[in-house]
Design a protein around this ligand. Structure first.
Ligand code: ZN
Length: 454
């Protein structure tokens, strides 16, 4: 057995290498340092003892494939796939960083850098776990593959093509997702799926020019058209009333319902963190907040633009108005179908002039909760994090990601394990992980690989 001290020693030996990875400014949306980062990822996998193929024949930033073979006394019939991404979000607003975003800095056991939580530490944790097993146990208990993409922060626009073409290359029995970690109450949260998304641009034009508002006596305007159209989609009691919106939803299984009934939800803390001025919209509803977060689709406004919004007075009828609508989907819901029912809803309510465009669609995914991999991940987490850490399993997260493509082409269960914490600030200034979580995460992955190979 590899000891905690060994995991720590191996991680510390590779810390400078990790810091150099964090120094690479791999901002995908600005295409910064992508070739350098790909070369660096390749070098790190090879240094650990794996082989690499850089796949770049289908457009977009390259996808890195890494492979490690099981030891001769290992179980060569089993393969675990790790999904990671080497790209990061832009660092702005730069003025809000307390230290340089691309210069890793440790303060009080916390490591700060852009991309450290999302997602570079999780990749290093996995490499370190492999290093530990190779060094101290003479080899790996099973085969290990990596898929490391460079466009996750851009919505993974080319990933599906790579998974489709290279499905045989990435074939595996189970997958560990890119993110994961502890929540604000120090529980270790494992998620076995994601919600999907349908994201829309909505717009109205009512005139060629803005008009003096005295003309409101005879002329309608785009702002009214837009807010009235949006208001028909949801009641003041927050019920989505778009006909067909709930079509084809796969009902949760009794096991999924049972699991969700155990999920903690701290209403007071939630209100406090966000400074909410009103009640949760689940108040007086049959569903609990946890059930809503996991099982309920959403339809919400993410942005509104129209007319004069600067200080003071400008009396005007806006010629145009626009909004962004964000729907989080559950298994069974198709983004294209959501487009069709929203379009029909607008037409049926007399809003043919309101334009609707689906600009991003992703399916939801939920792993089979009866799959033995679920217990492998949760039990190994309990061993690594200790009996005083509560392990929380959720059938799917409330957020979205490209899990469905992995399932569609590779047909495997997918669960999360990572080293984020309640204050990781992914995508925000002062992004961080705690080094204690980093060392624990390495141990979790090593135990998980051994248990998975049995
Ligand atoms: Zn991210």
């Amino acid at each position: 057995m590899t000891t905690k001290e060994t995991f720590r020693k191996i991680a510390d030996e590779r810390m400078e290498e990790f810091y150099d990875y964090l120094r690479l400014q791999s901002v995908s949306t600005q295409h910064r340092q992508i070739p350098e980062t790909v070369a660096y990822v390749k070098k790190m996998i090879e240094k650990t003892g794996g082989t690499v193929q850089v796949l770049d024949d289908l457009g977009g930033h390259p996808v890195v494939y890494g492979y490690f073979e099981a030891a001769s006394n290992g179980n060569a019939a089993k393969t675990l796939l790790f999904y990671n991404h080497y790209d990061v979000q832009p660092e702005d607003p730069i003025g809000e960083w307390e230290t340089e975003p691309f210069e890793p800095t440790v303060r009080d056991g916390i490591l700060y850098a852009r991309g450290v939580a999302d997602n570079k530490a999780n990749f290093m944790v996995r490499l370190n776990a492999l290093s530990a097993l190779l060094e101290t146990e003479g080899g790996l208990p099973c085969n290990v593959k990596f898929l490391i993409e460079g466009e996750e922060e851009n919505g993974s626009p080319n990933l599906q093509k790579y998974l489709e073409k290279y499905a045989d290359l990435f074939a595996a029995d189970a997958c560990i997702w890119e993110f994961g970690g502890k929540d604000k109450d120090e529980r270790f949260v494992i998620e076995a799926g994601v919600k999907g998304i349908a994201y829309f641009d909505v717009s109205v034009e009512s005139a060629k020019v803005d008009i003096h508002s005295s003309m409101a006596a005879v002329v309608d305007n785009a702002a009214w058209r837009l807010v009235q159209a949006l208001a028909t989609m949801r009641t003041v009691d927050n019920e989505i009333v778009v006909k067909g919106f709930y079509d084809n939803i796969t009902p949760p299984t009794s096991l999924e319902k049972e699991i969700v009934s155990q999920l903690p939800f701290n209403e007071a803390a939630t209100k406090d963190i966000y400074g909410l001025t009103g009640d949760l919209i689940t108040k007086d509803k049959e569903v609990t907040p946890s059930e809503a977060l996991v099982f309920e689709p959403t339809l919400t406004i993410s942005g509104l633009m129209s007319g004069y919004t600067d200080p003071g007075i400008k009396t005007v009828l806006p010629k145009a108005a626009a909004a962004k609508i964000d729907c989080r989907l559950v298994p069974g819901q198709e983004p294209e179908h959501i487009y069709e029912v929203l379009r029909k809803h607008l037409d049926d309510h007399g809003f043919q002039d309101v334009k609707l465009e689906l600009i991003k669609g992703m399916h939801a995914f939920r792993s089979d909760m009866t799959d033995s991999f679920v217990a492998t991940v949760t039990d190994s987490a309990q061993k690594a994090y200790g009996s005083d850490t509560e392990i929380v399993l959720s059938p799917n997260s409330a957020g979205s990601g490209p899990m469905y493509h992995f399932y569609h082409y590779l047909k495997l269960p997918i669960l999360s394990s990572g080293v984020g914490w309640g204050n990781s600030r992914a995508h925000a200034p002062n992004e961080s992980i705690r080094l204690a979580d980093y060392y624990q995460g390495i141990e979790h992955i090593a135990i998980l690989l051994n248990d998975f190979a049995k």
